[in-house]
Design a protein. Structure first.
Length: 98
């Protein structure tokens, strides 16, 4: 098992304050996508970080390999929406569990 830190960057810094109804629905679809994914059992943390410079989403995931996590990111409705969301994926070489 390997551990990964995934960061979802919003299309604008004000996204947390001014998302539209369509964007709220997209966020709902995003959450459902993750919860139905094959990596969900390995999710250690998932949610929004309230950074004053602009909110962003995170997922800390234990998975068999990077390709499995990347497949979830690539098929995420926010990725496929073309609305400017961007994922970053980083390995956590020492894992996330103490």
């Amino acid at each position: 098992m390997e551990t990964y830190f995934c960061r979802l960057n919003a299309p604008r810094a004000t996204f947390g304050q001014d998302m539209t109804a369509d964007e709220m629905e997209l966020m709902r679809q995003h959450a459902v996508h993750w919860k139905q994914s094959d990596v969900w059992p390995g999710v250690l943390a998932f949610g929004v970080v309230g950074d004053p410079a602009g909110v962003f989403g995170i997922a800390v995931v234990e998975a068999e390999d990077r390709a499995r996590v990347q497949a979830v990111l690539d098929s995420d409705p926010v990725t496929r929406s073309g609305r400017g969301f961007r994922w970053e994926l980083f390995p956590m070489p020492f894992g996330a569990r103490p």
